[in-house]
Design a protein around this ligand. Structure first.
Ligand code: SF4
Length: 199
């Protein structure tokens, strides 16, 4: 039996709505003190493709929606480039609350939030997860290798294909990353086609 009461509670749940009902009032980590709203995630709960980023930013915290700020606008462009509709994928973050001043989420915060992410994946059952940036890479694959080493090399684990790329926010301070992310999105499109995964 799990020692974490949240994991036990989540084990009994069978819908994302039930999980959100718990997450929306969560105070499991210090990020609960600085957030305005919990940003749980949004999209098609039956999709075969999830995008998982790092943490909500300022706009996300206000609107309670993931990827709606400047980085989100770029993600929208990338989805379009890959021929994907935002409403047909599921988008969320490694931690559901905004870290103060957009600092990186701490290891302990990611660990506390991880049961929600795991449960989202368990319920959605995606075939492919696009990892956006380091926090998501660490939370999902336990890796801290540079993204540049893992890009373009899909990793298959427990029936899910993990596709690693940069976080769209990286392009805001490193314009060169923009072209690299565009290349990655085209590779993702190819991967979906090759595996005959229709989104
Ligand atoms: S970041 Fe996750 S664990 Fe921390 S308070 Fe928010 S929902 Fe809870």
């Amino acid at each position: 039996m799990s020692e974490d009461p949240l994991i036990e509670q989540l084990a009994k749940m069978s819908t994302l709505e039930e999980v959100y009902d718990i997450a929306k009032d969560c105070v499991r980590c210090p990020l609960s003190q600085s957030r305005t709203k919990v940003v749980f995630g949004e999209g098609d709960s039956h999709t075969k493709l999830m995008f998982i980023g790092e943490a909500p930013g300022e706009q996300e915290d206000i609107q309670a929606r993931p990827f709606v700020g400047r980085a989100g606008k770029f993600l929208d462009q990338l989805l379009k480039l890959a021929g994907l509709e935002r409403s047909k994928v599921y988008i969320t973050n490694t931690v559901k609350c905004r870290p103060p001043n957009n600092r990186k989420p701490r290891k302990g915060e990611m660990e506390k939030c991880n049961p929600y992410l795991k449960k989202q994946i368990e319920l959605i059952k995606p075939k492919v997860i696009c990892i956006l940036g380091n926090a998501s890479l660490e939370a999902l694959l336990g890796k801290t290798s540079p993204i540049s080493e893992l890009r373009g090399k899909p990793i298959e684990k427990e029936g899910i294909i993990y596709f690693v790329t940069f976080h769209p926010a990286a392009t805001l301070y490193n314009p060169a990353a923009k072209g690299e992310m565009e290349k990655d999105m085209l590779s993702l499109k190819e991967l979906l086609e090759k595996k005959k995964i229709k989104i």
